[in-house]
Write a protein that binds this ligand. Sequence first.
Ligand code: ADP
Length: 620
Amino acid sequence: MLLRLSLAQTDLADMEIDHYLTLGGGLDALSEKDYALVLLDLSLPDSRGFETLERLLGRFPMANVIVMTGLGDDHLGLEAVRLGAQDFAVKGSLDPNQLAKMLRYTIERGRSRARMREMQSLAHIGNWELHLPTRQWSASEECFRILGLKREKAWLIWDEALPAYPVLQCINDTFETVLEQGACDLNTSFDLPDGTKRYIYIRCKSALDLFGEQVISGIIQDVTEEREGEELRKVHEVAQRSNRLKEQFVASISHEMRTPMNAILGMSNLLASTEMNGEQRSYVDSIRQSSEILLGVINDILEIASIQNGKIHFERQAFHLPELLDHMVQAMQYKTKEKDLVVEWVKPGQALHPWLWGDKLRLNQVLFNLVGNAVKFTDRGSVRVHLQIKASTDQRLKLRFNVVDTGIGIPADQLDAIFDTFTRVRTKDRIFEGTGLGLSIVKNLVELQGGSVGVDSVLGEGSTFWFEMEFELAESQETSGPVISSPSAPADRPLRILLAEDHKMNQLVARKTLERQYPNLHLDIADHGEMAVEFLQQYSYDLVLMDIQMPVMDGFETTRYIRANVAGPEQLPVLAMTAHANIEKDEQFHTSGFNGFVLKPFEQKQLFAMIDQFTPVKPS
Ligand code: ADP
């Protein structure tokens, strides 16, 4: 009654007071409703002394409690504050003004405690305190969370808690140092019940409490995220480094593989053009086919490596789409030789603007992969590329290419994975060559250009692989490109070529290949760059074919030297011959003064086209 009266006299507006006679009643009320404040008498019919406070704070750690004590029980009040009460008031001696002030301050402190709690949970930092005289250990909610413990009591008696909760050992480990040196830092970790690791940082020091007694107070910080971030960063670094190594490895291995492939392919091409009986010819054909497959594999691996390393660049050139499709279909014919298969492309319903801007070679590569697969997995029926115009403006065109086959089809449960690297559908009765890289390359090439790919298939009936891409419309262009026909070099004087190449086998392949094409050839061969320079100082040539990797003086160096020091070299065409597939991306290639390059193993047609382009017929 007295309290109600006192409260009524304060200037606290809109106050609502609920009164309970027992702790049980109070606890029930607290679980139902939010109270700004609890005025708690320590002596209640169902609970006496500090246990009353302990039970209340155990269940409601954030409750704002003012303890009411009897006259002359000041020391109890102080003790209660140490144990978590916000303040204490002596019953019967309450002046309304003082009371109002106490309530306001307590409520305000409650707010800052809530802010503190929020801050702790955001920063993953908890705090705790060990009262040495009584061995009572109290800790914030965040501290309990970090330790993976449930807070059930307002405080724990340390020597009882330690055996019950082994995780507390990490805090216990700091005590000795604190007592000796006044402070302690510790980085450690423990396993949570679910098996994950929690990394923590503990910092504590000895301090004095309200009563001048010695306490140890400390903070505990959950640094798991930081540690894991650090670990991830390390893993990422290692991955990046190994990626770089892989890249170098792949580049050099593929180079090493391409060089002898050049000899194998070149030699078997030469062999194929000699007189042979049927059996011999079939052996040579097998060698050629296998070499081509192997070369395809090497190229795929190189391609996927550069895609994965983000090293892929797209060209922008105008191209004639129907022409590209015609060539593609033509080139596919030889793969269908032994099969009863129609391969063709089908125009879209609407008129198609034939000239487009885009990366013609990449588009070709995508089509070759998809149509090549379709032919590979179809024994009879047809492989058709249906063109569909999905959208068009006067500047842009969105095209869909449907590659439809009547082949073996793909099981539904494999469709999702089909575009992943190294996926191949296993079939018992058929063995197909391939690496499982083709579709992954297709997907990457299309998506990197902003397009999309997909597949529909019915097992045993056929598959439709499709992709959609946008193109800008291009003006009509002159149909360009040298047509490879008969030798275009002047017939009335020799065509003089200097070949700089250290590999004997490749020298022979080049010589034989060139001699066959150019009956009026005069070929000099230099084993290395220095020798090439010597030749150039003595004789004049129509063209130089320059290997890049050579002893003594490599191709880059030699070409730079020629451009700088050999008289009248400006017009002299120098073509790089290299097994280095990414030559175009090599800075040195561009700065050394080459006119172009031929990739090894060279395609005969391509080599001749390059030579013809740079040795136009000269008036005699
Ligand atoms: P691979 O070089 O082995 O052909 P791809 O990535 O091009 O690799 O193809 C992966 C797999 O997808 C093939 O091994 C084959 O099992 C299946 N596949 C691709 N295209 C077709 C198709 N048109 N019909 C049936 N199966 C196909």
